[in-house]
Design a protein around this ligand. Structure first.
Ligand code: 5GP
Length: 194
């Protein structure tokens, strides 16, 4: 998605540890027009899949997920992050290791918001090693919900998340695919295909 790549080039900052900081439009301050365009793109890509629900993880996945839900006319559920293991019977839970925070969190979704009747689209801000998506897969499995696809705003294709999703046989759509941060610059997969 050209508009998103352009914004990453203008606003993104490459940090040590192969982390891209995009707090100017996605991770802290949010650009609603860009988020709307991102939601439109995901809604277009997944329009024929019969999606009944969108799942994401708080907090940075919520903006693109809501904009997608707005245009697919389906509810959006965000998994909450818990530090302690206070297991309650009415929750689906999974353990997720955070790429940026280097800590483990339990994520959970109330059972009343996900069921075997659902066809789920997973949306998140970044795909790195796929831990967050893996956690949402586990929660869908517990609910016996069908997974229709995964939509990632920014994917770092040189990390392992891409393969994990493909191995599971789930459709993956990423709006910006970063191939490397060589020379402290952002390089996109589209550079080689244009
Ligand atoms: P994963 O679970 O795929 O390893 O990492 C995905 C999560 O880690 C995302 O939800 C995002 O919050 C965070 N993350 C991973 N890589 C980056 C990055 O390069 N920049 C930012 N801002 N967040 C990242």
């Amino acid at each position: 998605m050209r508009q998103l790549e352009q914004r990453i080039l203008e606003d993104g900052r490459v940090l040590p540890g192969e982390v891209l900081k995009v707090d100017g439009f996605l991770n802290h301050q949010v650009d609603p027009d860009l988020m709307f365009a991102i939601g439109s793109e995901f809604a277009y890509l997944f329009r024929g899949e019969g999606i009944t629900k969108i799942l994401t993880v708080e907090s940075s996945g919520i903006a693109p997920a809501v904009m997608t839900g707005l245009q697919l006319h389906v509810p959006v559920v965000f998994a909450r992050k818990h530090k302690s293991v206070t297991l309650i019977d009415d929750l689906f839970t999974a353990e997720v290791y955070s790429y940026t925070k280097k800590t483990s969190n339990q994520i959970s979704i109330a059972k009343k918001f996900l069921s075997a009747d659902d066809k789920v689209l997973i949306i998140d801000d970044f795909l790195a090693n796929g831990q967050a998506v893996q956690g949402l897969f586990e929660i869908c499995d517990q609910a016996k919900a069908e997974i229709a696809g995964a939509g990632m705003v920014i994917e770092k294709v040189f990390q392992t998340g891409h393969q994990m999703i493909k191995d599971r046989g789930v459709r993956l759509e990423s709006l910006a695919q970063i191939t490397s941060f060589e020379g402290n610059q952002v390089h996109f997969a589209s550079e080689t295909t244009d």
